[in-house]
Ligand binder design. Sequence first.
Ligand SMILES: *Cc1c(COP(=O)(O)O)cnc(C)c1O
Length: 393
Amino acid sequence: MTDHLETKFIHSAGVDKTTGAVNVPIYLSSTFHQESFEKFGPFDYSRSGNPTRLTLEETIAKLEGGTRGFAFASGMAAISSAFMLLSSGDHVLISEDVYGGTYRFITEVLNKFGIDYTFVNMTDLGEMAEAIQPNTKVVYIETPSNPTMNITDIEIAAKLAKANDCLTFVDNTFMTPLYQNPLELGADIVLHSATKFLSGHSDIVAGLAVTKDEELGNRLAFIQNSFGAVLGAQDSYLLIQGIKTLGTRLKQSSESAQAISEYLHKHSLVEEVYYPGFTFHPGHPIHVRQAKGFGAVLSFRLLSKEAAKIFTENLRIPVFAVSLGAVESILSYPATMSHAAMPKEEREKRGITDGLLRLSVGLEHLDDLLADIKQALHKVRQETGELDFLNQR
Ligand SMILES: *Cc1c(COP(=O)(O)O)cnc(C)c1O
């Protein structure tokens, strides 16, 4: 009998075998005494392995259905470490609307080591197939993408990658193992910014990676130990605790995100809403085939920067900040936050205009969030109406 993921979230870490403690102990020890002169125990030094971190790593491996899990000091540490599997002369194919930090690592760090890259629109598999080169070694996918929620067909992309002897990496931060299991769809490594939904409380910065096969797992283990960007024991503990409530949190937040998306879609001051839960979202048919939910993040476009400013300043409940995936709703402004480093034209080409806002829906009561959004939009109408009036004079 296999348990549902919600059950696994709670019980995968198990109880402490020696004391029965229901929570994993936090092993704050950098080094480990060896009983025998000849035969060493399972742990020697915490960069190479720590019991608290190992519990977390085994947990995420089970949840993603992989062979090995790895915990890193941040999502970017996990992503960068995975890219270190490559060698000079290799080429990577990346979806053009990846997370800004991934974009920066590939274009400004990895390129210094002789690793070439091409960004493609991965919603167009023809474009992707054409961009594969003889030295392409990795196809890198993020779906849904940020902030305009484009959907890539993981299964087809992974097949195409495999046919060309490439590995497929998937950043699964937005969906988590609850809603999407890239390894089952043919991916080789699944990556997470565990800073977001997995931990869920805006308290820690952490990253996770899971490999599908044993050999790749050994190679990534070697890099994790060599590069050393590991997650500390206290943060590993907090992440294990966060994962326990992931099922309930993400389901509730996603339900509210769907309702808020629908409300915004009908509002006359909102030009466009990006949410994969809409049946008219272009990626919807692919998304429902490969994922079990639509997630808690949506983006929407107001008419101008001025409107976005008034809306943000009048919103009462969500925090105005970068990041996402927490118990509190988080509103962010991609143009100056997540995508500030991108030139304006590049940004606008991707739909990230000056009126675009991103909302990560938390666990506040839906009625309170809707009432808050309603009153803030009302202020936008009042104040931009007034601006129109002033402009006319
Ligand atoms: C935040 C984020 C990252 C980076 O993770 P950090 O924990 O901030 O290093 C990577 N990918 C996605 C989709 C993210 O949202």
